[in-house]
Design a protein around this ligand. Sequence first.
Ligand SMILES: Cc1cc2nc3c(=O)[nH]c(=O)nc-3n(C[C@H](O)[C@H](O)[C@H](O)COP(=O)(O)OP(=O)(O)OC[C@H]3O[C@@H](n4cnc5c(N)ncnc54)[C@H](O)[C@@H]3O)c2cc1C
Length: 429
Amino acid sequence: MSDFDAIVVGAGNAGSSAAIYMASKGLNVLLVDRADPPGAKNLSGGVLWGNDLAQILPKWQSEAPLERFINNKKLGFLTEKSSFMLDFKTQIFEENKVGYTVLRSKFDPWLAKKAKEAGALVIPGITVESLAIKDRKVIGIVESGDTITADVTLLAEGVNARLAIEAGLKRPLRDSDVSLGIKEIIKLSPQKIEDRFNLKNNSGVASEYILGFLGELNVGGFLYTNKDSLSLGVVVPMENLRENGITHSYDLIEMFKEHPSIAPLIEGGQVAEYGAHLIPEGGLEMMPKLYGNGYMILGDAAGFAFSNGLVLQGMNYAILSGIKAGETAVEAKLRNNFSEQSLSAYEEKLNSTYVLKDLKTFKDIRKVTNNPMMYNTYPKLLESIMLETLWERGQPKKKIRDVLSSCASNLNMGRIKTLREFYYIYRRM
Ligand SMILES: Cc1cc2nc3c(=O)[nH]c(=O)nc-3n(C[C@H](O)[C@H](O)[C@H](O)COP(=O)(O)OP(=O)(O)OC[C@H]3O[C@@H](n4cnc5c(N)ncnc54)[C@H](O)[C@@H]3O)c2cc1C
């Protein structure tokens, strides 16, 4: 007989959600995390869309340590001297309040506490050394030389899934699988945040940026408002970072902070925290087999994250995959069957959710988000169109059609090439 019905490795969003689900259905669950408090070193931008969390914690909006609800989304294209912003503010987000900024150092320990309240045994400060495998079945974990056994082991160890890789359950990461996210938390008084970002009643703004002033680098930026801090960061594909021989990724965040449209927003703020973390962006190409004899892989470890330049999401994918893995384990317990065939229900369940549907629908999205023209050319194109149409310089005005074609040809964008490019993006977005 096993020590536990289920062992969950990793108390991030995926692991704690799975533990909450399984423990609340009566399973004997062990949840371990290398950090103490659990998950405290994890990193997100981070806007959490909480629809899935509501399935396991219906009172999450009043109980979780949330920062500000998002009622304003912005997308900005930055050149060295200009910014072109799309600004969407809606009462509908305000009425529904499902997207909130969170700070993982507060949110993850709270979620792990919920797993404990549901009945799971939560042990922080334990780095699992390896998986225990017998007769080609995962039978638990090895820690400090001891084997702890379970009928099923859930691997929610994050993007750099060392245990799964070492056990041959997942291939090693390639540069093309991941982006590097670098983030600072900048302390600023609530009053300053509300004045600068035009906020009230605990509302917040989430802005994403295309940084078109960093040469050959395809860098995105983000700036989110918390209660008394800002989350600011950059995201750059690992492949692109390495190709350009950039070792000082920290410089990228500094250049973002110095941009004329960002600097006034963070002025006077104090950097309280700094961190860097990989983001899985390889989609289906990096997705391992999700289940096997005695195990399932969830969250970032399975490559479940989504980014299209407008949004960066992974926490909701992690939570939903945790719930689906939890459901599968509970059903397997009823059958007393934790074989590969029994656990294949996990993938079937995910197939009917947005988790796998999105990965399939947007399987080519990186051809858009990593397209150098998105960074090197389009921000400059927007800048020159705006200057041509808005700047009165005592010159005869041009029709929009002529503005577009002269701006495009100044950037060596022939009409056919431009149309082909836009069609290419349109097909993949
Ligand atoms: C810069 C940045 C910005 C982001 N912005 C957003 C955003 O705005 N919105 C959004 O939804 N998502 C965002 N994401 C993505 C999101 O953070 C991830 O998709 C999400 O955290 C994945 O959750 P997870 O539980 O799978 O993994 P993680 O949160 O990484 O948790 C893995 C856990 O496993 C533990 N662990 C690992 N190995 C071991 C071991 N051997 N033994 C014990 N414990 C172990 C770790 O300590 C950790 O707690 C962002 C990510 C980054 C890096």
